[in-house]
Design a protein around this ligand. Structure first.
Ligand SMILES: [Zn+2]
Ligand SMILES: [Zn+2]
Length: 251
């Protein structure tokens, strides 16, 4: 038995762009062949819908609401729900795995940290920072920011990205010898391609998930039309056809 996890998912409780409640995702993800999800809503520096004027602890509670509802909806089902974060700096975003709401409440200072400071703080808490969609090009982005020494790994497949952007991300991960992650970046139900990580053993906690990623025990996969394919077998996701259009800033 293999276990497929969604590693990049947004809920309408915390992400302004999310169109599905955490509680409504479970049956859909099970129907698509997933055994677990990591809820990675946009943090307050990203496309968040949590009001800014609230006290920090209450903001954090609101932020965790989508995750909590997903977790509750999965009770009694053979499905694992884990907590994660998508953290934005200046258009460059990181998926943070292995920290929790208590850590967030104790670390209000993360909002003012540099990439290196946050990377160190997350590592001290036992977590990891994977750069999400590093070569994404969209209307809201002006450049491509790279800082490999602050990335414990790279999202080499983001189902919401073009093939060439994913292929550039894959080449970047290879160049720096960094572990891979793959996910859908799902914001709403759809029939298009989805992404995930496939494990031989099911990660049952955030800690187990982080160890599995660090030890490269998962393999990135694409789910499409009921089929599961290894990303490493899909040439168009590995070999770029052209250079990025946006300027690349090496930080
Ligand atoms: Zn979003
Ligand atoms: Zn995202």
């Amino acid at each position: 038995m293999k276990y497929i996890f969604e590693t990049h998912l947004h809920t309408s409780e915390a992400s302004r762009c999310g169109r599905v409640s955490g509680s409504d995702y479970i049956d859909f993800m099970i129907s698509r062949g997933y055994n677990g999800i990591v809820v990675t809503d946009h943090f307050f520096n990203g496309n968040s819908c949590v009001p800014q004027f609230l006290p920090w602890d209450i903001r954090v509670d609101r932020y965790c609401e989508g995750y909590k509802r997903a977790k509750k909806a999965a009770e009694g089902k053979d499905f694992t729900v884990l907590f994660g974060i998508e953290f934005n700096f200046a258009g460059d975003e990181y998926l943070i795995h292995g920290v929790d709401d208590i850590w967030l409440k104790d670390n209000k200072g993360i909002m003012r940290m540099t990439r290196s400071e946050l990377h160190k703080a997350v590592a001290q808490a036992g977590g990891v920072m994977f750069q999400a969609h590093p070569y994404r090009e969209r209307g809201y982005l002006v450049d491509i920011k790279l800082k490999p020494d602050c990335a414990d790994g790279i999202e080499i497949y983001n189902a919401a990205n073009d093939d060439n952007m994913n292929a550039l991300a894959y080449q970047y991960a290879i160049k720096h010898g960094l572990p891979f992650i793959a996910g859908s970046d799902i914001h709403f139900f759809h029939d298009g391609p989805m992404g995930g990580m496939r494990f031989d053993e099911r990660p049952r906690s955030e800690e187990e998930f982080v160890i599995a990623l660090k030890e490269r025990r998962g393999e990135p996969v694409r789910l499409l039309d009921g089929k599961v394919e290894r990303i490493l077998d899909i040439e168009e996701l590995l070999v770029p056809t052209h250079e990025p259009q946006l300027p690349v800033i090496n930080l």
